[in-house]
Design a protein around this ligand. Sequence first.
Ligand code: NAP
Length: 308
Amino acid sequence: MSPINLAIVGVGKIVRDQHLPAVAKNGDYRLIAAASRHGTVDGIDNFTSIDAMLATVPAIEAVSLCMPPQYRYEAAEKALSAGKHVFLEKPPGATLSEVADLESLAAARGLTLFASWHSRYAPAVEAAKAFLAGTTIRSMRVIWKEDVRHWHPNQEWIWQAGGLGVFDPGINALSIVTHILPRPVFLTAATLEFPENRDAPIAATMTFTDARGLDLAAEFDWRQTGKQSWDIVAETDAGEMVLSEGGAKLSIDGKLVHEEPEQEYPMLYKHFAELVKAGKSDVDLAPLRHVADAFMLGRRKFVEAFYD
Ligand code: NAP
């Protein structure tokens, strides 16, 4: 099969860090255009709007949408309406309903819609899922604490409504948890801490359970300086499982059992090409649903103002 003619929209940090290198190394794609108000990609046709790009380059077969989530629906609706397959960065949208609408549109047009969750492709995630499948889980703790000033400098959208605040990284943890647990979980309580000058939370604590009474707690915090924590710890009848460094390493009872080089975005693009070839979509909204539940059920606490 000939390569998929791909375009990228919203040329910013994640496009430069991950999408461009992953696409360049994958023979299933030919990157032919980009649309971004300011960003450009060397060596291809660049446009300042998706409308101009879709109107000028009919050869585009698929688009990757990498702008902040509040602006993703409009671009996705345009791309699907123009007959293009769509790869959505995480989180797939600003609301559950708008993504459901995109799913219907893709299905009606026979196009692929892929809601990507890059952390699910972290090296040790499948090994953790396999380990948990053979155990009884007594409890699970999720600790996702990082320094927002280091990871998100000058990103205003992340503090605006729909930008998700600390849930922007926290949803990565939720994407792993919902993938490795054997049964669906649901939120039982949450507290969201909002800086008094911001519309999105800087920290959140949550408890979840499942049909068998699982004890699951998560702490997300953007005020962590020094060592950063992206860990999932499970107490099981087969020992303590620690999935650390955002899913990169797996230890059982303190012994490292799985560590491989990181390949998250190459794996995402491999999966997207397979979906396009198979004429299928992959839209799992569970991580976004848990975030929506936290905004719905969570207590709201106002904390000290945050300045970059
Ligand atoms: P970013 O660099 O702040 O934004 C990406 C690009 O989106 C910007 O360069 C901008 O390009 C465009 N954009 C910004 N505001 C826009 C608006 N109002 N309307 C239309 N386009 C707008 O953000 P990012 O870090 O790449 O993150 C983008 C998405 O990728 C987010 O959903 C994020 O969760 C996800 N992601 C990020 C990372 C990471 O490490 N940064 C990792 C994984 C996933 P123009 O100004 O040129 O239009």
